[in-house]
Design a protein around this ligand. Sequence first.
Ligand code: NAD
Length: 242
Amino acid sequence: MTSKKDVYFVIGGSGFVGRHIVEQLLRRGDNVSVFDIVQRYHDVPFYSGDISDQEQVSTALRRSGATCIIHTASPPAGLSDPALYWKVNVDGTKAVIAAAVQNNVRKLVFTSSAGVVFNGASLTNVDERLSPPERPMDAYNESKQKAEEAVIAANGKDGLLTVALRPAGIFGPGDRQVMAGLYKVYEDGKTHYQIGDNNNLFDWTYVENVAHAHLLAADKLDHSPPAPLFSTLEKTPLEAPP
Ligand code: NAD
């Protein structure tokens, strides 16, 4: 069931996943605006800004009248710039939370990543109870994990309800990373390299399903009680298989 006419504010709404979220919200008749450092589409109100600047987020939120934020913004994975990841994903997400509280926003859905729990070993039949490894895979995943932690810690405080989703690899129309990366491997003539014994598995989700999950998560936040993620996790930690 859809919440009573939330006003949506999609941070990173010019991006791959963000754009699909915007389109799905428009299809079901919702009021939506976009906040991003780049404008790629012109069919919804657009606010230009950087999430690491709380004032910019706050001003845009006030103008948009948003009641629900869907925060998908992040620099792409794979950059060798830990400071950028920290600035945007950790400080930026904290700025989004503070701006949300400042503007009485009720709901925040955050796009985290399955990478936050990846430790280099196979993960089979795991769920949200799996804790992040002691040593994160890289700066991107560390920053996503810290951001997720801040989002979950904000749940139920100052009138804000929050949830974080951990998609794995995402494919589909509008992707600028995965297919471009695969094609570059082909162009560079590196297709004869193989990592592992050809039995490696990786989880992929179609982008429309990832976008739909964000809408469902936003709607579900209206139905209390919200999932007690970390309290459950502390009581019944799920072991990764050896
Ligand atoms: P994307 O690069 O297509 O979109 C990200 C958007 O965020 C871009 O439009 C970008 O301009 C914007 N952005 C970046 N820095 C910003 C800032 N400082 N302030 C405001 N906007 C900013 O990426 P995507 O593939 O759509 O990924 C969306 C989210 O999903 C990210 O949080 C990413 O970590 C997560 N994720 C992606 C994948 C994947 O396979 N693509 C997998 C797991 C998780």
